[in-house]
Design a binder for this molecule. Structure first.
Ligand SMILES: NC(=O)c1ccc[n+]([C@@H]2O[C@H](COP(=O)([O-])OP(=O)(O)OC[C@H]3O[C@@H](n4cnc5c(N)ncnc54)[C@H](O)[C@@H]3O)[C@@H](O)[C@H]2O)c1
Length: 277
């Protein structure tokens, strides 16, 4: 008998924590650009009683995303999507960040939204980084939310001359995730399904460790030292939010972004992390 299927893109620490919390009793198809990451998580979780199949996907490619969805549909009804794939500002150039974090995330939500089972739920992971960037205009927000996916990367604000550096590209990508989730929630709702976004602060994972050791390392270490929680977070704490959003307790929540950052954004606007302070 086919079981319900969870698609997990991004075989990192955050993705695994959410899959462990919500994926019991389902077939979990975990896909990553780096097959070794997917296989490692499949092994760990299979040895802990889950039913996990490792796969390869490149989030920057619609063709690759569609092949993954086909593979998932052969396993059963897709009832859950967890998108925790991404690259950080210290890991990749501007173009890759826009292709993966912005375009790929938009395509994944669009394509899974066409086949998600009634009552299905999804979460995608953006970042508190998107919250520190000043507000865009209402028109720019609407363009990020609703421009057809194949035209997204042609938007004026995403052209190389309008992007200062990889951090700016990452912030635009993560802001776009929030807006896309709002627009997608309307479409997912037509199928009786929900989609939400989690914007984490610094969560200790290989991606964050690359940031600690990268050109902005001091900035990141200062950020968690001076946030109200005075520490970085853990992937399991992100899973706490995902559990609310993906369970029946979150039945009235869709199209939303939940910030979980130990108060770093609050401190950035109104506390010791404020840039002039
Ligand atoms: N760790 C943090 O502090 C933090 C903070 C805010 C947001 N995030 C976001 O959380 C998400 C998960 O990050 P993480 O910290 O668990 O990192 P991680 O490095 O543990 O996992 C990310 C995974 O994404 C995969 N990946 C990269 N490019 C891909 C592509 N093109 N297609 C498919 N997979 C690809 C990587 O191979 C890696 O396995 C990312 O979107 C990241 O931006 C992380």
């Amino acid at each position: 008998m086919n079981k319900d299927v969870m698609i997990l893109t991004g075989a990192g620490q955050i993705g695994m924590a959410i899959a462990r919390r919500m994926g019991y009793g389902k077939t979990i198809l975990v896909a990553d650009k780096n097959p070794a990451n997917a296989e490692a998580i499949a092994k760990t979780m299979n040895e802990a009683g889950y039913d996990v199949i490792a796969a390869e996907v490149d989030l920057a490619s619609r063709k690759s995303i569609l092949a993954l969805i086909d593979q998932a549909q052969d396993l059963g009804d897709i009832t859950m999507l967890v998108n925790a794939a991404g690259v950080s500002p210290s890991q990749a150039p501007v173009e890759t960040i826009l292709n993966v974090d912005l375009y790929g995330t938009a395509v994944l939500m669009e394509e899974v939204g066409k086949v998600i089972a009634p009552g299905g739920v999804g979460v995608t992971i953006s970042s508190q980084s998107g919250w520190r960037m000043p507000a865009l205009t209402a028109e720019e927000d609407a363009l990020l939310a609703t421009t057809p996916t194949e035209e997204l990367l042609s938007l004026e604000i995403l052209q190389p001359e309008n992007i200062r550096d990889t951090l700016h590209a990452y912030q635009l990508a993560k802001r776009c995730n929030e807006k896309r989730v709002m627009a997608e929630a309307v479409k997912w709702g037509e199928r009786g399904a929900r989609i939400n976004d989690i914007a984490p602060g610094i969560i200790v994972t290989p991606l964050a460790i690359d940031e600690f050791n990268g050109p902005r390392g001091d900035f990141y270490k200062n950020m968690f030292a001076k946030c109200p929680a005075s520490r970085p977070g853990t992937a399991d704490e992100v899973a706490n939010v995902a559990e609310l959003l993906m369970s029946d307790k979150g039945a009235f929540i869709t199209g939303s972004t939940f910030l979980i950052d130990g108060g770093a954004t609050s401190s950035y606007f109104y506390g010791p992390l404020k840039p002039e302070a």
